[in-house]
Design a protein around this ligand. Structure first.
Ligand SMILES: [Zn+2]
Length: 208
């Protein structure tokens, strides 16, 4: 396997997926050092500002399918989480789901890939079939603020009722915009018995 990897590295040298620097990690140290990290607030936990490096990395990850970014981006979430939240009582990690139509087009749910990195680190299972999107909503980011709540209202439901009873959930998403998506997901999880829902997003959009 090491031989195959070496040959592949010669043909396709590893590059930073943001600055394209050759021979570097998928997210190189120089790029990582330019992320604007956020301090925790009472309700929202987001690793960094959705600008510059972090924004480029997320756009490439999602839309150019650079899934090798899942690991370094997920590890940014791990580092944040270990510093600011008590993870010892978590029962499940739940990614914000995509509608199945969009999942089919993209081929993966970016939040789910991030959640798997956290699972690998904390050994808390990612449960992705539990929360699902019943409405094929428009991307929140492109909508005027007034339309956003309407867009996601009642868009999420829970399968496997009873599974969540008295469980502590960590909800994961890539971008926090107005918070409507997160609050709708949280409501669906709590309505189905979750004891607590903590939220961690990779980034937070400050300009809307
Ligand atoms: Zn770079």
């Amino acid at each position: 396997m090491q031989f195959i990897k070496t040959v592949l590295d010669l043909v396709f040298p590893p590059r930073c997926q943001v600055c394209r620097g050759i021979g570097k990690e998928a997210l190189c140290r120089e790029c990582e050092s330019r992320i604007q990290y956020l301090q925790p607030s009472a309700f929202i936990h987001s690793v960094g500002v959705y600008e510059d490096v972090l924004k480029s990395a997320i756009l490439r990850f999602k839309f150019k399918k650079r899934t090798q970014l899942a690991e370094p981006l997920g590890m940014l979430m791990v580092r944040y989480l270990s510093r600011h939240l008590d993870t010892s009582r978590l029962d499940f990690i739940v990614p914000v789901p995509l509608h199945k139509k969009r999942l089919n087009v993209r081929g993966f749910n970016q939040s789910e890939l991030l959640a798997h990195v956290l699972t690998g680190y904390y050994k808390v299972p990612t449960v992705s079939g539990l929360l699902f999107r019943t409405k094929d909503t428009l991307p929140q980011f492109n909508l005027p603020r007034a339309e956003r709540l309407k867009n996601v209202k009642g868009a999420f439901e829970v399968k496997g009722k009873g599974l969540l009873k008295d469980r502590n959930v960590l909800l994961i998403d890539d971008i926090y915009t107005t918070g409507f998506t997160i609050s709708e997901c949280t409501r669906a999880l709590k309505d189905n018995g979750a004891r607590s829902v903590h939220v961690l997003t990779l980034s937070r959009a400050l300009k809307m």
